[in-house]
Design a binder for this molecule. Structure first.
Ligand SMILES: [Zn+2]
Ligand SMILES: [Zn+2]
Length: 344
C-alpha cells in the first residue's frame, strides 16, 4: 500500500510502497482509513522543527493521526462485533504497564506513543490501533467530517480551559483550523468572538462565510489600533504559535482574565509578568482532551456537518501529498484532508 512516511531525522517525507499491516496485536484492531487530515504537527515533523527528535527511533514511520475509517479485523481479546464499525481514533496510546497506568491514571501514562508519530499512522490505507482508543461514529456523521474529530477535541479542551461562558467576549489569536474550531465552539457556548490573523485573508474569509464579523487582519490594521476599541476580553485563546503575539495580546485581557495558550511555539515568549501580577491574570496551557470529550465533539460534528465541511479547504488523494503539505504550509488552507482509496 502507499504510505506517507518520515524516513530520516531531517526535513522532508517520502511517499512509498510499504507492506500492509497483518493481523492486529492483542487488544488492537485493523482499520481501513477513509479520511485523514494534515495537522500542524505533521507540518512540524515534515519541516523537522525542534521537539520531535524522539521520533528517530520509530523511523521509518507512517504519519497521520487525525482520521476516520472502518474496522476491518480484530485482534485477540477484541469482540468480533467491532468488525465493520465506523470509527475515529484517539491517537495517543497508553502503555498499560507503567505505575500510573496500573493505578488507573492512564491519562498520566509515562509511556505514551502517538499513532502517526511513534507508531504507524493513517496516511495509508490501513492502520492498526488499540480497540480502547476507538470511538464509534454516530449514525449520520460522514467519514470526512469525522476525521476532524481529533483537532476539534483540541479546540474543545481549549474552550474548557479558558472557561468560556455565555455573554463573554473572547479573542481567538490565529485563524488556522484550531483557531477556527475554537471560534465555532466558543460561539456555540454563547460567547461573542473576535478572531485575529496576520496576512490571513483566505482563512478569515472562511470564518466570515460562517457568520463571524469581528475579524482582524494585522496586514490591514495595526494590532493595538484594532484591539483597543474591542477590549477588554474576558479570555484570550492563542492558537497561532507566535511568541510575540502573547505579549502583544495580554494587555487586552481583562483583570482576572484567563489567557490560554494552545499554539506550539518555536521559541520562548517574553512577557511582562509584573503587569500580569497586578492585573491578577492567569496563563494556562491546553493540550490533549480527555476521552469523554471525544463523544461530545462527535455529537457537535454530527449537528454541524455543513459548517465543518466549509473549513476543509482541500480534499485530495494521498498521491498528491506534496501539494497538500504545500497548501497547509501556505496559510491558504484551513484543513487539508486526504481521501484514501475512495474518490474525494
Ligand atoms: Zn493533530
Ligand atoms: Zn502507562
Amino acid at each position: 500500500m502507499l504510505a506517507l512516511q518520515k524516513t530520516r531525522p531531517s526535513p522532508g517525507f517520502e511517499l512509498r510502497e510499504v507492506p500492509e499491516p497483518g493481523v492486529p496485536a492483542d487488544g488492537e484492531v485493523l482499520i481501513r482509513v477513509h479520511c485523514a487530515g494534515i495537522c500542524g504537527t505533521d507540518l512540524h515533523i515534515a519541516e523537522w522543527t525542534a521537539g520531535y527528535e524522539s521520533m528517530g527511533a520509530a523511523m521509518p514511520v507512517t504519519l497521520g493521526h487525525e482520521f476516520s475509517g472502518i474496522v476491518e479485523r480484530t485482534g485477540a481479546g477484541v469482540p468480533a462485533s467491532m468488525t465493520g464499525l465506523r470509527v475515529t481514533v484517539r491517537p495517543s496510546t497508553t502503555c498499560g504497564r507503567c505505575a500510573r497506568c496500573r493505578s488507573g491514571h492512564a491519562d498520566d501514562c509515562t509511556g505514551r506513543v502517538g499513532i502517526g508519530i511513534g507508531r504507524a499512522g493513517a496516511f495509508a490505507s490501513l492502520v492498526r490501533a488499540p480497540a480502547a482508543n476507538c470511538h464509534a461514529l454516530p449514525d449520520g456523521l460522514a467519514m470526512d467530517v469525522a476525521a476532524l474529530c481529533e483537532p476539534m477535541t483540541v479546540c474543545a479542551e481549549a474552550v474548557a480551559t479558558a472557561e468560556v461562558a455565555p455573554g463573554q467576549k473572547i479573542l481567538v489569536v490565529g485563524p488556522g483550523f484550531i483557531g477556527q474550531g475554537i471560534a465555532l465552539l466558543a460561539r456555540a457556548a454563547g460567547a461573542e468572538v473576535v478572531v485575529l490573523g496576520r496576512e490571513d485573508a483566505p482563512r478569515l474569509e472562511a470564518l466570515r462565510a460562517l457568520g463571524f464579523r469581528a475579524l482582524v487582519d494585522t496586514r490591514d490594521v495595526e494590532l493595538r489600533e484594532a484591539l483597543a476599541p474591542l477590549a477588554p476580553f474576558d479570555a484570550v485563546i492563542e492558537a497561532a504559535g507566535v511568541p510575540s503575539l502573547v505579549a502583544a495580546c495580554l494587555p487586552f485581557l481583562r483583570k482576572r482574565g484567563i489567557f490560554t495558550v494552545v499554539g506550539i511555539h518555536p521559541r520562548p515568549a517574553e512577557i511582562d509578568l509584573t503587569a500580569l501580577v497586578r492585573a491578577h491574570q492567569q496563563i494556562r496551557g491546553s493540550y490533549r482532551a480527555p476521552p469523554r470529550t471525544w463523544d461530545a465533539v462527535l455529537a457537535f460534528l454530527g449537528d454541524n456537518q455543513d459548517t465543518m465541511r466549509r473549513l476543509v479547504s482541500h480534499n485530495i488523494a494521498l498521491a498528491d501529498a506534496a501539494d497538500g503539505f504545500e497548501a497547509a504550509r501556505s496559510r491558504r488552507a484551513s484543513k487539508v484532508l486526504f481521501h484514501l482509496g475512495n474518490r474525494p
